[in-house]
Design a protein around this ligand. Sequence first.
Ligand code: IPE
Ligand code: IPE
Ligand code: MG
Length: 252
Amino acid sequence: MSYPSSTLQIPDTTCVPRHVAIIMDGNGRWATQRYLPRVAGHAKGVEAVRAAVKACISRGVGYLTLFAFSSENWRRPADEVSMLMRLFAAALEREVDKMHANGIRLRVVGDLSRFDARLLQLIEQAENKTQSNDRLTLTICANYGGRWDLMQATNRMVAAHPETNEYTEAELAPYLAMAYAPEPDLFIRTGGEQRISNFLLWQLAYTELYFTETFWPDFDADALDAAIISYQQRERRFGRTSAQLVEIRKAS
Ligand code: IPE
Ligand code: IPE
Ligand code: MG
């Protein structure tokens, strides 16, 4: 099953965002402020992931997508990259049974071809084990880039339909890495920067954007609630006017 596209059809909106996508930024600065090595910030960041997952489940969010490692993060010092990979593997090993017990379906999306065999095996086992769960779909974007996603989708679409010379949005969408999820309703970036950093370029077309100065390791259930409250105050027009929305509300 695939979800409707916000540009082809006006989606239903709900009071609680159905899909929250987060750029978890600020781990390094959180650590530096405390005279700790950057990796201590990443370790603390894993704890914040646990808290965010729990809060999303209790608030009724159905999809949580977390940007863990971008296609550009390979540009970091090799020791930081390898520590991040180790933390990711350790978190998978430690948390999968708990996730499964809590009804979480785990998906890892991105160009996984650069990961080592052991990490790939952990990812596959975790995805297989949790594939039938439906309380929360937790997507970890690892070696993910919005441009990578658009290119891999385009290449697979063209390979499947080489006879076509003009493709449509609807034909491309099923090949995107997150075709199993609705488009995000709410995007959150922690750490103070106001940019997308090559995250979900296609899927964020009509997502509400929320930026906070809070560093990711300090992001807790209250911080999530503040983002959701901000979201609830937005008028999602999807191209229409405010007056049209008033008419629709009166009619319903
Ligand atoms: C986000 O925190 C985590 C990753 C990108 C893996 P950063 O490591 O980018 O933290 P800052 O932005 O340097 O503070
Ligand atoms: C974005 O954070 C990627 C992740 C959180 C995984 P960065 O810290 O890499 O982003 P830039 O470099 O500041 O744009
Ligand atoms: Mg950063």
